[in-house]
Structures are given as C-alpha cells and as structure tokens.
Write a protein that binds this ligand. Structure first.
Ligand code: A3P
Length: 304
C-alpha cells in the first residue's frame, strides 16, 4: 500500500515529534537510526536515479522536473500519484501502517527515481557500485535556513525548531536533522568531479529554468523538443506546483504537515532571509560562512 492509501488509517493518530539519534555523527530521526542497517544495505539497480539535496533546497521541484523528463512531458502521467508515492524517500521510516521509503522502493520496478537528504558518506554503497546517476540540488544557506525553520514548525515529523534565534544557532552548529549544511553541500560538491553527479543550484534554476533543465536533459541523455521543454518549465513553475495536489503535499493530514502554520510552498524566492536575519545575525553568519567555505571552490549567490 502506498503512503496515500494508508492515510485513512492514520486519521486518528496523534503525532509525537520524533527524537533524534545519530549515524556516523549525523543527526537523523530515531526511526531512521533504528533501521540504519537495512537502509545502508538498500540494493539500488543500474538505471535508478538519485535526487539528493540538503532539506529545503528544492527537492520537490527537481523531482517534478525529472518525472516530467522521464515521461516526455506527459502531465497526466506525472499526476498519477503524489510526489512522495512516485519517488521513494529512501531513509524515511514513517509510522505503521505507512510504508517506509525502503518498502516503497522495493515494490517499484526499477529504474526508479529515489529521493534522499543523506550526506554523501551515508548514501547506500550500492548506488555507487551500480554507477547510478545523481542530481544534487543546492540552495544558498541563508534561504535554506529560513525555509527549514518554517518547515520544522509545520512538520510534526521533525523536531520543534524553537525560536528563530535558537534555530539560527542550531543551523550554524549543524545541530538540525541531516546535519551541517556546510558539510553536506561541500561533500557532494567535491564528489561531483569524480562521480556521475549533476550539481544544480536553486538560484540558477530560478533565474533561468530552461537553461538549467537543458543541463538535466543532457545529463539524462534525453532529447526532447523545445515545445516539451516549455511544457516542463510551465508545469514545474512555483505557482503550478503550489496549485497541484500531486506536488503540494496537501494530501498529508494536518497533524503531520500543518500548512496553516506555514505552507509547504511558502515563497519560493531568493533573499527571503533578509526578512528574518537581524543585522548582527547576518554579520555573524557571514564571518562563519567565510571560515567554513574557505577551502572550497563552491560558491553560492545569496541574492540575484
Ligand atoms: P520556501 O520555503 O523558501 O518557499 P524541498 O522540496 O527541498 O522541501 O524545498 C522546498 C522549498 O523549495 C520551498 O522554499 C518551496 O517553496 C521551494 N520550491 C518548491 N518548488 C518550487 C518551484 N517550482 N519554484 C521555486 N521554488 C520552489
């Protein structure tokens, strides 16, 4: 049964925010930690595509783009199920009777599109053994932090973020689910020069979706015409995805995702951090960023 088919059974459940454990030093949901041996042993198939991100980098956006590409721009096919049932989220372990990401993946015939937020060192080794392609989507840390703060407020499947000031410190310290933004983005960046990883920036995709989607097409060796490309750009625009019940997470009950606290499709902009960061926080952030990013060629745009 898919996640969606099991939702009625969850109706009367009360969601307790999960505790966190650690795997290899990375903070992860305790249910993920308890299932780690099986997750790590997941058997990818050649041809499976991994969409990897640090949370809130535009995962759902990239998932919809690759789904549209794989289905040659067929919008109806991409409306066959909600995002979370089309693409298994490999490390997620939901309350029973909902299927875990592993169980969902095992029910699907390969090749599959698989989602992960894992840092590169925790990716199940079989993805590399089978030379699976990966699309890594990255977003500047200031907007990622703001988006993640609001997401943790509305998602009862994640720890309570506390106040903005507390969250600001936790994010800088990497003390949030899936760990440090800095280690995550740098780890995937360094690996992208030696593995089949396409590294895409949220800011670039926002700036020129056609240009960036062309890179994805080329990476996936798909040759679709300009009319299909235009269709993909339109179908995956912020407003279209916000209004689409198959992408906007509105089918998840509100005791898990409470869109009245903050919608999943919140703003989708670059620079919203300016509405959250104090001047002092921004100065502290910039100093810390300079230090943590000093040894890498990875660069982000905090505004366009
Ligand atoms: P905001 O909270 O800043 O609005 P993820 O899918 O990784 O959880 O990322 C969610 C973030 O990506 C949200 O950011 C969401 O609005 C944004 N997003 C999703 N689809 C988008 C799209 N088509 N265009 C622009 N931003 C999008």
């Amino acid at each position: 049964m898919t996640f969606q088919e099991n939702l009625p059974y969850l109706k009367n459940e009360r969601m307790r925010r999960p505790g966190m454990g650690r795997v290899g030093g990375i903070p992860l949901d305790e249910n993920t930690c308890n299932t780690w041996a099986q997750i790590c042993n997941f058997q990818a198939s050649p041809g499976d595509l991994l969409v990897a991100t640090y949370p809130k980098a535009g995962t759902t956006w990239m998932q919809e783009i690759v789904d549209m590409i794989q289905h040659n721009g067929d919008v109806q096919m991409c409306r066959r199920a909600p995002t979370y049932d089309r693409h298994p989220f490999i490390e997620i372990v939901a309350p029973k009777p909902v299927l875990s990401g592993l169980e969902l993946a095992e029910l699907m015939p390969p090749p599959r599109i698989i989602k992960t937020h894992l840092p590169i060192q925790l990716v199940p080794p079989s993805f590399w053994e089978h030379s699976c392609k990966v699309i890594y989507m990255a977003r500047n840390p200031k907007d990622s932090m703001v988006s993640y703060f609001h997401f943790q407020r509305m998602n009862h499947g994640l720890p309570d973020p506390g106040t903005w000031a507390e969250y600001f410190n936790a994010f800088l310290a990497g003390d949030v689910p899936w760990g440090s933004w800095y280690d995550h983005t740098k780890g995937w960046w360094e690996a992208s020069s030696r593995l089949q990883i396409l590294y895409i920036f949220y800011e670039d995709l926002r700036e020129d979706p056609s240009r960036e989607i062309r890179k994805v097409l080329q990476f996936l060796k798909k040759d679709l015409g300009d009319d299909v490309l235009e269709k993909i750009v339109h179908h995956t625009s912020f407003q279209e995805m916000k209004d689409n019940p198959m992408t906007n997470y509105s089918s998840i009950p509100s005791f898990i995702l409470d869109h009245s606290i903050s919608p999943f499709f919140r703003k989708g902009t670059i620079g919203d951090w300016k509405n959250h960061f104090t001047v002092a926080q921004n100065e502290r952030f910039d100093e810390d960023y300079k230090m943590k990013m000093s040894g890498t060629s990875l660069r982000f745009r905090m505004e366009l």
